[in-house]
Design a binder for this molecule. Sequence first.
Ligand code: COA
Length: 481
Amino acid sequence: MAKKKQKVSKRTKAKAASRKSVRKVVKLAVARKAKSKSNGKSNGLPRPSIKAYGQDGKALTGVRILDFTHVQSGPTCTQLLAWMGADVIKVERPGVGDITRGQLVDVKGADSLYFTMLNHNKRSITIDSKHPQGKRVLDELIKACDVLVENFAPGALDRMGLTWEHIHKLNPRMIVASVKGFGPGPYEDCKVYENVAQCAGGSASTTGFREGPPLVTGAQIGDSGTGLHLALGIMAALYQRNRTGRGQKVLCAMQDGVLNLARVKLRDQQRLAHGPLTEYSQYGEGVPFGVAVPRAGNDSGGGQPGWIVKCKGWENDPDAYLYFITQAPVWNEICDVIGEPTWKNDPDYATPKARLPRLKQIFARIEQFTMTMTKFEAMDLFNKHDIPCGPILSMKEIAEEQSLRATGTVVEVDHPTRGKYLTVGNPIKLSDSPADVRRSPLLGEHTEEILSKVLGYSASQINEIKASGAITAPDKSKAAA
Ligand code: COA
């Protein structure tokens, strides 16, 4: 009996051991499978979240920005970062704030659209950065933030005492990101606004009609364009900091940003050395080229000739136009739709090269056709044949376009002093970090909240700071006395 018991327990032990080793093998197999699915590289990343998309924080959750920006270029950048989840603390001068709060005012007593449309999702704290107590508060904020963004005139940040050395000593992880008009060189000390950058970056000399003066564009490529470049630089610096543990300076000069966007024109400048720019209508018109890239009117920037043509109603509606592209692969369809089927085989029109000297005449014929229909009818018709074109949309039409509302590109926002207004939401759509557009802050709306919740000051300390005059507007009656 005892022997039998012994045998049973031996068998049970053996079975248990084999079950254990089977479990081990299964575990190893699962781990191997998971490893092979991720290509064997985990990169130190956490396991994929099991929360629903859009429910696991935002892309920049945990990143805190000390936002010293004003006007347009810097605020564009920090607004994007805020939409992506960063906590953006906008520092403004007590009683004054960002100058744009009071520029182009449409509703008396309310922050202007200029300000509200560039400062969504931010918090505002007022601090006099030249006041000794204000400087102490700023030092604490520098320690509590990841990125300082500024677009003051050259030297202004240093004059506040916020040199790179000072900031880096307080917080070696801090990224200091700046917009300036020009990079190092003869103009580095100059103040710069949008149109100056468009002119210095090569955009204005290449925009407009050959017969007319240089033109600036409506799109704010100097301000908002540079803000976008800066946001990209900050993201890269944050990513590098994950590895190095230290911050760095990020500089975007507006001239450089504009030139980057006008890159195709520097391409053409070099092509000029090898002969005329055959896709420019000036070539077809027999006008010789000079030493620099000329203004090309509405010529297409690429290898597929395009032009703006009139549509029905153009006599009274300044935007009744269509951009039409004579894309080579659909040339036969274009000929059929506009009623010129013989052009398909006519040696003067059949090839892109043959068409180049005749573009003016070709677009005149296309226009004859598009003038019989509205820009939207033309858009529908040509797109059925895969012919690329686009209606010239007015801002009124864009504001009323329901598909832009549906995607959050145009958003209606409510504001306590100005009421409802339209704004442009985040044009960058992240599937796991959707942007909710919240109204811009009132001047100093979050001063106490930031002092107590971010910096941990007690109520009495906050009262002391207030009494020092570092966070409040100077008393006008006292100043007058
Ligand atoms: N507390 C105390 N002083 C403050 C302050 C605060 N919270 N915030 C700003 N200031 C001070 C600055 O220290 C500076 O004083 P200083 O010249 O005595 O040192 C002053 O306000 C003005 O700053 P500045 O940047 O020179 O403003 P400006 O109105 O004269 O110039 C620009 C505006 C845009 C031309 C200029 O800032 C600039 O060239 N910026 C870089 C390029 C740029 O971004 N341009 C596009 C703007 S959309």
